[in-house]
Ligand binder design. Sequence first.
Ligand SMILES: Nc1nc2[nH]c(O)nc2c(=O)[nH]1
Length: 449
Amino acid sequence: MPTLLVKNARVVVTMDDQRREIADGAIYVRDGVIEAVGTTAELPPSADDTLDMRDQIVIPGLVNTHHHMYQSLTRVIGLAQDAELFGWLQSLYPIWAGLTPEMVRTSTLTAMAELLLSGCTTSSDHLYIYPNGVKLEDSIEAAQQIGMRFHAARGSMSVGQSQGGLPPDRVVEQEPAILKETQRLIERWHDPQRHAMCRIVVAPCSPFSVSRGLMRDSALLARQYGVSMHTHLAENDNDIAYSREKFGMTPAEYAEDLGWVGNDVWHAHCVKLDEPGLQLFARTRTGVAHCPCSNMRLGSGIAPVRRMRDLGVPVGLGVDGSASNDGAHMLGEVRMGMLLQRVTGAAMTAREALEIATRGGAQVLGRDDIGVLAPGMSADFASFDLNHVGLAGGQGDPLAALVFCGAPQVTHSVVNGRVVVRDGALTTVELPQVVAQHNRFAALLAAGG
Ligand SMILES: Nc1nc2[nH]c(O)nc2c(=O)[nH]1
């Protein structure tokens, strides 16, 4: 059983129940699981592999609760640069119709590389468009290759324009085929055990691209297998208007009506969730993926995260797809999450913002084994060099500096006890080659395949 020792860290931020921040910190890992956390003097002096974290801060691996990784192929597309959600989607659906399995595989590697280099060790990905033979396996196999803990959300769209939906008919699927494929994926890939590296999520896309029937049947399927459910909800004013006009309900009423509330459900955005909706989410422990950069980029508004947290709604953080962010720096997203709440006059500390991205994300994804550095937890963590120029002058409070100052890339990232980034470089893929391939695919896609 391989062992790993982290020692001499300036500080280990545990996010444990006492929120301990351990100076001269150390972590001892056996077979991918944390065995001990303490000071360097308290822990064993050696292991099969040792990371000397002198002048580094160690934090629990960040948990990204919302992404569309394929969208990294369509960053800053001209027509979509300045549009709100519906116009943005309408200009991108036709481009995404050209996606191929190889494009999904490569863009998943690129997006995961970006996440791992920014401190994220677990990510969800909402893949909801399946043209040209694309399958969820294209992203699952990329996650295995790069070594990221993965919640693969089998998205779907079934209501095209001819039925009153937003997407063109050619990118939607038949509902029986969606359900059959989702069931196959759960049976093939879902691992319900602690420390699982791959879980499947049932994830019809949004009220304006999926029927009520598919929402209901998806919930039944998910609960039959005990897997989580994920969708978009209450993202902007047009989204609210669509729900009111089409269903005669607010988004929260719609979700409740279809069985889409509970601690096995998390909704992306929820910018426009009203007070009864917030109360409903708190009562039912329904989760939210907060995506501050995307909400700003699309001009959607500011999610009431302060109110959510005060009511006890589980909140995690998400970078969202890179066509609406357009970066995927998870620690940068933590900073934005903190700053954006302050724009509303609400209080949000650096420590709370980091908590949302660690413990909060773990709760939203339904996991009790990540987001905290403590014995028995998965060995998922990231370290940052405190000598980085962007942190100069902030040494008095390294954790606050990391969140406030504008984030560097990691020095090391460890996932399930495996060193996936060592001394700033990915150990599992040749990143320059991946990026070059990604750029070729992006150009092809923009040119119409
Ligand atoms: N931010 C996003 N919102 C969405 N709604 C929807 O139906 N698709 C998307 C998306 O890709 N990004």
